[in-house]
Design a protein around this ligand. Structure first.
Ligand code: MBD
Ligand code: FE
Length: 293
């Protein structure tokens, strides 16, 4: 960095030293060092900076209560996955993957074995049976499993007025043996939404918009670290070129035709214990998870 640039950066960093929150101070310091470094290293022009501002403005304008274009941007840049990877979870625990732009809280409560198909589009059904256990294999009863997935046309209810808003969404608890099971439509490969500024970015860079077929799950249980993850189809051709960089080996399953003609998948979720120094906030979150299940 040239002298003037580093002087400027130092002034900016010093200006934020007044922040009373230590973590906020740390985050801003690191972010500003990288952003100023980027401007210096790239010799960013005024025109490019204006275009960047215009792009981020368009991303913000594309957001609605049902569409999170900033989340999508974070996903296609690999930032969401970087946050997943940065979180030092236990090596034996089920890895976390991106939340994505289509999670809707307050999924309808479903009984064990229930179908989450509220709008049947005639697609193939997939019966997922799973267990939630600790990293050393102890089954966890009353864990909360929150599921969402797309219809056979690759669209989530928020993208498709023909679907019931609760289609392919469900919240269920595990039984005394830590088991859960549900029926969804077989997930399909599909393109992330390309009609917004993130689509423009992918087109400008010649990138594929395809996501590997997946079912989303958030699993939480009192006393354990919850996980936001995906179940992937081993037969999907986009596993190694997922547009949001979220495929992980332990999450890929073979879908098998069972004797009764049903397509099935098994999914075991392993949770790491809550860190010993459980904060009041973590305890409250665990209590909330238990209350929901
Ligand atoms: C999705 O369905 C999704 O799960 C992610 C992470 C990004 C775009 C669309
Ligand atoms: Fe998804």
């Amino acid at each position: 960095m040239a002298n003037l640039q580093s002087e400027l950066l130092n002034d900016v960093l010093a200006a934020f030293e007044t922040a009373p929150d230590v973590r906020l101070r740390q985050l801003l310091r690191s972010l500003l060092i990288h952003l100023h470094g980027f401007v210096a290293e790239a010799h960013l022009s005024h025109d490019e900076w204006q275009k960047g501002i215009a792009f981020l403005t368009a991303v913000g304008r594309a957001c609605t209560p049902d569409r999170q274009e900033f989340m999508l941007l974070s996903d296609v840049l690999g930032i969401s996955s970087a946050v997943d990877v940065a979180k030092d979870s236990h090596p034996q625990a089920t890895p976390g993957t991106v939340l994505g732009p289509y999670y809707v809280p307050n999924s309808p409560r479903r009984q064990p074995g229930a179908s989450l198909i509220d709008t049947d589009d005639g697609g193939q059904r997939l019966h997922v049976t799973g267990t939630v256990c600790s990293i050393d294999g102890v089954p966890i009863a009353n864990a909360a499993v929150d599921i969402w997935s797309c219809a056979s046309n690759g669209l989530y209810p928020a993208q498709d007025p023909a679907q019931s808003p609760t289609n392919m969404r469900g919240l269920m608890g595990t039984d005394a043996s830590g088991r859960f099971d549900f029926v969804v439509l077989r997930p399909t490969n599909y393109s992330i939404p390309m009609d917004g500024p993130v689509g423009e970015l992918l087109r400008a860079t010649g990138r594929s918009p395809m996501r590997a077929a997946h079912v989303h799950l958030i699993v939480s249980a009192a006393g354990y670290q919850g996980v936001t993850t995906h179940l992937f189809d081993s037969q999907c051709r986009y596993l190694s070129s997922d547009s949001v960089f979220s495929t992980r080996k332990p999450l890929i399953r073979q879908f098998l035709q069972s004797a009764n003609g049903e397509l099935t998948a098994c999914f075991e979720v392993k949770l790491a214990p809550q860190p010993a120094v459980a904060s009041a906030a973590a305890a409250a979150a665990a209590a909330a998870a238990a209350a929901r299940s």
